[in-house]
Design a protein around this ligand. Structure first.
Ligand code: GSH
Length: 214
């Protein structure tokens, strides 16, 4: 049975889940919410996701939320291909790399924060974009440094197959491109990004490939 994903094409957290589902060859049915129109605040959706965010994934009647927790669930339940290394130290590195995006960069640029900056704090559009570019750049710089200091660089962030780290590298770069952040200072990040985009599971998950894309 196909899993049910509540998603929005531009949502980076949904993008992570789409990539993982595609890498694992799992079928999904999408329900689209338009975040710019406020669909996430509808009472019927808040019963499903009280945080009023996407993604929410149903595997049967099991409800899952928070993209990184979903990625780990998928990896534990559908182990091939693996998205986390077997070695505990490497696994911690991959999780740490992923969290640079998921915990410390992406939360600063989600719609509710962007709306608060302009709607409540009265920042101008220019200031809002500067905020977004600043925090995306900080995450990209951290990723670039982490990649530069690896002892045995592989084709992807860790080793020669994509992991959760590459999924989160992807969702660091895509909004940076959208908000016209200068990517020239991050050649290692961009090399891996290009490599990921050669993989159909990544390319087909991209925001612009989604049926609700505008
Ligand atoms: N940490 C959560 C983030 C969820 C999240 O903030 N999703 C964004 C889209 S990427 C959202 O639905 N935002 C709605 C809003 O900010 O109003 C995850 O990784 O799943």
């Amino acid at each position: 049975m196909a899993m049910k994903l509540f998603t929005y094409f531009r949502s980076q957290a949904s993008f992570r889940v789409r990539i993982a589902l595609n890498l694992k060859g799992l079928k999904r049915e999408d329900t689209f919410l338009h975040l710019e129109h406020g669909d996430q605040h509808r009472a019927d959706y808040k019963k499903i996701n009280p945080q009023a965010v996407v993604p929410t994934l149903y595997d049967g009647d099991l409800k899952l939320f928070q993209s990184l927790a979903i990625l780990e669930y998928l990896d534990e339940t559908y182990p091939n291909p693996p998205l986390l290394p077997k070695d505990a130290l490497a696994r911690a590195w991959v999780r740490g790399f992923a969290l640079v995006n998921v915990a410390d960069s992406h939360p600063l640029i989600v719609p509710r924060i962007r709306n608060y900056l302009t709607g409540t704090l009265g920042l101008s559009e220019q200031q809002r974009v500067a905020w977004i570019q600043h925090w995306l750049g900080a995450g990209l710089q951290t990723m670039e440094t982490l990649l530069a200091e690896r002892k045995s660089p592989g084709r992807f962030c860790h080793g020669d197959t994509p992991t959760v780290a590459d999924i989160c590298l992807m969702t660091q770069v895509t909004p940076a491109q959208l908000f016209k952040t200068d990517l020239a200072p991050y050649p290692r990040v961009m090399e891996i990004h290009s490599r990921c985009m050669e993989i159909p599971a990544f390319a087909n998950s991209h925001p612009r490939k989604q049926p609700d894309a505008e």
